[in-house]
Design a protein around this ligand. Structure first.
Ligand code: PEP
Ligand code: MG
Length: 885
């Protein structure tokens, strides 16, 4: 097995073996770009390391040593040589980029002899000392897990003793003392002296990078981004170049286009006389890359050319790391740049217009989930918020919440549903769990490529960075801006689109969608075969859904119309009625209200199909709880002062007790209600068809679809369908109009899926209610499962995903396949859709496309996601155009 490749032996197609970074370094080397030479230890080696119980593969050290000789020849330096020492960087490089999640060791290969050579060859002892000190600290941290802080404390001690503030102000003597102190600390912590053998340094560092694959933050990141934990990382070993060798040196990071907005213009930052880590660490605030044109005009021109070349070569926006060592430019890394949803859309759109990619590439390149970020809300400027401070607009969108200063606290509060803004001087990968749970991030230091900025952009979370007016005081849990003090728990708003910070909670408003967004989703509509509808219960939602591109309503849950405060008394009266007359009299006002609801919704959808589900939940949901009534009646009985009220409450209690069910989710609900309380479904059918008839009479087009929930058999469906047809006929006759309508079945129970062929004889369409179908297929009650045992199942990897969020293809999916097949056998061309939560999940949409559904329906905000996911599915799994309308 071969474990090591030189850069020129690889290429961009070898990502799985060489990792993303390694493959790109190889590709750039072969393109003739100025890449410092190096070698790559493969991901195979990492996987074998774990397979063999965390032991480096046999022979790896010789293979590394052999390949190092090629490096030595190319650079004219030798590893460990006391005259011309070769120094190395050792970095992780996973198949999928995991920025900042794993470990790096720089300046490797220093010992007392090579240190002296470095000082002499550069004529810069200060630089050599600083490099040595950084190496010891990084090595100790990464390889031996000695906390960095302990070394930083040693540095601080020397600064204090010398009475200076900045590292650069340290004297040579102080630096030498820091090196000695650091080695002593190392000995004390590990019981062994700091290794001077450079090969030992190298092999230990390679192993440490392998180990870092499984550190806490990397595992969290992979869970979050659904990256396989078995892939392992490659290790890139590259000859060092130094950006900190004086004012003719520097380091920078640049994107070929703006990663926030997508604007086609070089975008990034750099620091003179600094190592790459300094730019991203956020300790010094870097300068915009365009100023490099002024500081180092030739370098800037050269870099611009390389950036263009790389973008054209990869046909995607690149994120490039550069270092200038004494006036010579080096490229240390290129990768497809992370970007906001807004930028992803604009870049994909612009690249199609520029002829760099085609529409298909553009559509496949955008992550559908990412589109949800675009629907982030913004500060409502009409509220005229007063700006407290301004920083960098690092990640767009606005948010408000209570201020917290600690990632653990942000995580805890976020998990229990509190909105928090995490405020830090800067964030590090160790804060990732808090960032995930916070509404937004505010930092006082760091630029557009700082950790906070990069990570939040990836998550679509608002972030304001480098807000230097902020003085963060962790100890007292507050920050100050001038004389304003903001304490932990105070409400704060941030606007990551403008970079502003505002005291209090500012009202937010819905986003406006760009032309690029409309264009790209238009392309998606051209290729998708699935129709996309919305789940909407109100005319307002219906309007919103149309705005997002819904082609109809796939589910109107009519019970929501019953829950409104002013309606509930009628609903209760209807439920508690003792005679049919009583019930009918309570139903009349409800019918009028529902008819008006349906009128508005059907009107708002202007002839597009509107699928209305008849009443579904168990009736007790509309009544006071049994426990509450028991307490109330007991109190009234004890007090004995209001016998009339007591009598009323007791009657109510008796009725509630009668309706009480051991397991209401599987009880008297769905169309069971329609069978046992026929007046309720009749009233609803009347309301729908009367509204449709009135609209038709008034000149509007309508297409109502009545949907029967939780059906189990043909007989049941037939019984209700006959009623539906009769009432439709009556309403049409009463208004002397005709309109088209459908009456179909929700497939939400395994029995319905298995007997779909029979049900299709009576049902004119199917809609999969995958929320209930998942509950009943698994035998899990959703509310209990998600709160109690599902997290453990996912954590133990017994289940890969939460089946209520991501459709379970193996089980629930199998039932769906059966239903599709059986249903269409009986009724060819049967229209079939899905309206459970899964209708807005990209992976589930793909599955629905694959099994031949006609439509998906989801909440209005997920419609753009479903449109794009449906397009991607159609591109990946084309199906004959003639199947199903
Ligand atoms: C379903 O079960 O998937 C469905 C859409 O109905 P509800 O969520 O209202 O039960
Ligand atoms: Mg349901």
């Amino acid at each position: 097995m071969r474990y090591v490749y030189l850069f020129h032996e690889g290429n961009a197609g070898m990502k799985e073996l060489l990792g993303g970074k390694g493959a790109n370094l190889a590709e750039m080397t072969n393109l003739g770009l100025p890449v410092p030479p190096g070698l790559i230890v493969t991901t195979d080696a990492c996987r074998d390391y774990y397979r063999d119980g965390k032991r480096l593969p046999e022979g790896l050290d010789e293979e590394v040593a052999r390949n190092l000789r090629a490096l030595e020849e190319e650079t004219g330096k030798r590893f460990g040589d006391p005259h011309q020492p070769l120094l190395l960087s050792v970095r992780s490089g996973a198949v999928f980029s995991m920025p900042g999640m794993m470990d790096t060791v720089l300046n490797l290969g220093l010992n007392p002899a090579t240190f002296r050579a470095l000082a002499e060859n550069t004529g810069n002892e200060w630089f050599a000392c600083d490099t040595y000190r950084r190496f010891i600290q990084m090595f100790a941290d990464v390889v031996m897990e000695i906390p960095k802080d302990k070394f930083e404390a040693l540095l601080q001690e020397r600064k204090d003793a010398q009475g200076v503030r900045l590292d650069q102000e340290l004297s040579l003597d102080s630096l030498h003392a820091v090196i000695a102190d650091s080695k002593a600390l190392y000995l004390q912590e590990t019981g062994r002296p700091f290794p001077d053998d450079v090969h030992e340094q190298l092999m230990l560092s390679i192993e440490a990078v392998f180990r870092s694959w499984n550190n806490h933050r990397a595992v969290v990141y992979r869970d979050l981004n659904k990256i396989d934990h078995h892939l392992g990382t490659a290790v890139n070993i590259q000859s060092m170049v130094f950006g900190n060798m004086g004012d003719d040196s520097g380091s920078g990071v640049a994107f070929t286009r703006n990663p926030s907005t997508g604007e086609s213009k070089l975008y990034g930052e750099y620091l003179i006389n600094a190592q790459g880590e300094d730019v991203v660490a956020g300790v010094r605030t870097p300068r915009p890359i365009e100023e490099l044109a002024h500081d180092m005009p030739d370098i800037y021109r050269q870099f611009e050319g390389i950036a263009r070349k790389l973008e054209a070569h990869y046909r995607d926006m690149q994120d490039i790391e550069l270092t200038v060592e004494r006036g010579k430019l080096f490229i240390l890394q290129t990768r497809n740049g992370k970007r906001t949803a807004q930028a992803a859309l604009k870049i994909a759109h612009d690249m199609v217009l520029e002829g760099l990619i085609d529409k298909k590439d553009a559509l496949l390149r955008i992550d559908p989930e990412h589109l949800a970020h675009l629907l982030h809300r913004q500060i409502d400027r009409s509220a005229q918020p007063v700006i407290l401070a301004t920083g960098l607009a690092a990640s767009p969108g606005a948010a408000f919440g209570s201020v917290v200063f600690d990632a653990d606290e942000a995580e805890h509060l976020g998990r229990i549903g509190s909105k928090v803004i995490l405020v830090r001087m800067e964030t590090t990968p160790d804060d990732i769990h808090g960032i995930v749970q916070a509404q937004g991030i505010l930092t006082s230091r760091g630029g557009m490529t700082s950790h906070a900025a990069v990570v939040t952009r990836g998550m679509g979370k608002p972030c304001v960075c480098g807000c230097e007016a902020l003085h963060v005081d962790y100890e007292n849990e507050c920050f100050t801006v001038g004389d304003v003090v903001v304490k932990k728990g105070d409400l704060l708003s941030i606007d990551g689109t403008a970079g502003t910070v505002i005291l209090g909670a500012v009202p937010l408003k819905d986003p406006e969608l760009s032309d690029e967004y409309q264009a790209v989703l238009g392309w998606a509509d051209e290729v998708r075969t699935l129709s996309v509808r919305a789940n909407a219960d109100t005319p307002e939602d219906a309007e919103k859904a149309r705005g997002f591109g819904a082609e109809g309503i796939g589910l109107t849950r009519t019970e929501h119309m019953f829950m409104a405060q002013e309606r509930l008394p009628y609903v209760q009266k209807m439920i508690l009625a003792r005679t049919t007359e009583e019930r009918l009299s309570a139903l009349l006002p409800l019918r009028i209200m529902q008819e008006n609801d349906f009128y508005s919704i059907l009107k708002a959808m202007r002839g597009l199909p509107v699928c209305i589900r008849l009443l579904d939940p168990p009736l007790h949901e509309f009544l006071p709880s049994l426990e509450k009534l028991l307490v109330e009646t007991t109190e009234l009985r004890v007090r004995g002062d209001n016998p009339q009220l007591l009598e009323e409450k007791e009657a109510l209690l008796a009725q509630v007790a009668k309706l009480h069910e051991a397991n209401p989710m599987m009880g008297h609900r769905g169309c069971r209600l329609g069978i046992t309380y026929p007046e309720v479904y009749e009233m609803q059918m009347h309301a729908v068809f009367n509204a449709a008839a009135r609209l038709t009479r008034d000149g509007y087009k309508v297409l109502p679809e009545i949907e029967i929930p939780l059906t189990i058999s043909k007989a049941e469906m037939e019984f209700l369908k006959e009623k539906c047809d009769r009432i439709a006929r009556e309403c049409m006759e009463a208004h002397r109009v005709t309109f088209t309508y459908l009456c179909g079945s929700m497939i939400e129970l395994p029995r319905a899926a298995l007997l779909a062929g029979e049900i299709a004889e009576a049902a004119e369409f199917f809609s999969f209610g995958t929320n209930d179908l998942t509950q009943t297929c698994f035998g899990f009650s959703r509310d209990d499962a998600e709160g109690k045992f599902l997290p453990a199942y996912i954590h133990q990897k017994i289940l890969k995903d939460n089946p209520f969020a991501v459709l379970d293809r193996a089980g629930v999916g199998r039932l769906m396949r059966i239903a599709v097949e059986e249903g269409r056998k009986v009724r060819p061309g049967l229209m079939i859709g899905i309206c459970g939560e899964h209708g807005g999940d990209p992976g589930s949409v793909e599955f629905c496309h694959q099994i031949g559904l006609d439509l998906v329906s989801c909440s209005p905000y997920r419609i753009p996601i479903a449109r794009l996911a449906a397009a991607q599915a159609a591109l990946k799994y084309p199906r004959p155009a003639e199947t199903h309308a």
